[in-house]
Write a protein that binds this ligand. Structure first.
Ligand SMILES: [Zn+2]
Ligand SMILES: [Zn+2]
Length: 214
């Protein structure tokens, strides 16, 4: 069974996730850890749970989700895995950081490409990769079928959807991604978003104002 630990970090309040199972293998998704205090929070958790970090994954490469990539990659010796179509966000990340007055993320580039339908494995667990463009080109969600949850980044939020005004964003594409990749999952699938609180597929189908029929 996969356990999920969430940290809300950095000035953007991004949700960074550690997923681990009984084997103590873990993966880190969207490390937003942007300063020493936040890096210590991560290390304290890894050490107290005696976890072995096996993978580093980005749902997408917007600045808020990658600020801790360099730290995680160097501390644990793991390569960055993401969808190849989000490399364009990585290419402009240092420039974007300057705009926000943030330290240069200096993130490693994507070295392992994840594609729609791939399975990402760690310990005894596996996650299915769902390519869900619209917020940006190479956005992926990670679906844990056996554990009834999905990590959805900035695709779907409680009562809202990801913004579509950034480079590579497109409203119709995003709505289509949500309908064809997420709303086909069981209603009781818990959704962990890139910002804010958890929700579920059933609740968003029923109440999300962007996704009501017509
Ligand atoms: Zn984003
Ligand atoms: Zn974000």
């Amino acid at each position: 069974m996969i356990s999920v630990k969430k940290f809300s970090v950095n000035p953007f309040g991004v949700n960074s996730f550690i997923l681990y199972d009984e084997t103590k293998a873990c993966i880190i998704i969207d490390p937003g850890f942007s300063n020493e205090l936040e890096q210590h929070m991560l290390l304290d958790f890894i050490n107290s749970e005696k976890l072995e970090v096996q993978k580093l994954v980005n749902t997408h490469c917007h600045i808020d989700h990658i600020l801790g990539n360099r730290f995680v990659s160097e501390t644990f010796g793991v390569k960055l895995q993401a969808h190849k179509e989000d490399q364009y966000n990585m290419d402009t990340a240092d420039q974007t950081a300057r705009m926000y007055g943030l330290p240069q993320p200096n993130s490693p580039n994507i070295e392992v490409f994840l594609e729609d339908g791939d399975f990402l494995e760690f310990g005894q667990s596996k996650l299915k990769i769902l390519h869900a463009p619209g917020h940006c080109k190479g956005h992926i969600c990670l679906y844990a079928e056996a554990d009834h949850f999905a990590i959805c980044g900035d695709v779907l939020f409680q009562g809202s959807i990801g913004r579509t005004d950034l480079p590579g964003g497109d409203f119709d594409t995003l709505i289509n991604s949500i309908r064809t990749k997420l709303f086909v999952l069981p209603d009781d699938t818990k959704i962990y978003s890139g910002h804010g609180e958890e929700t579920s597929i059933g609740l968003e189908k029923k109440f999300n104002p962007f996704l009501q029929a017509n």
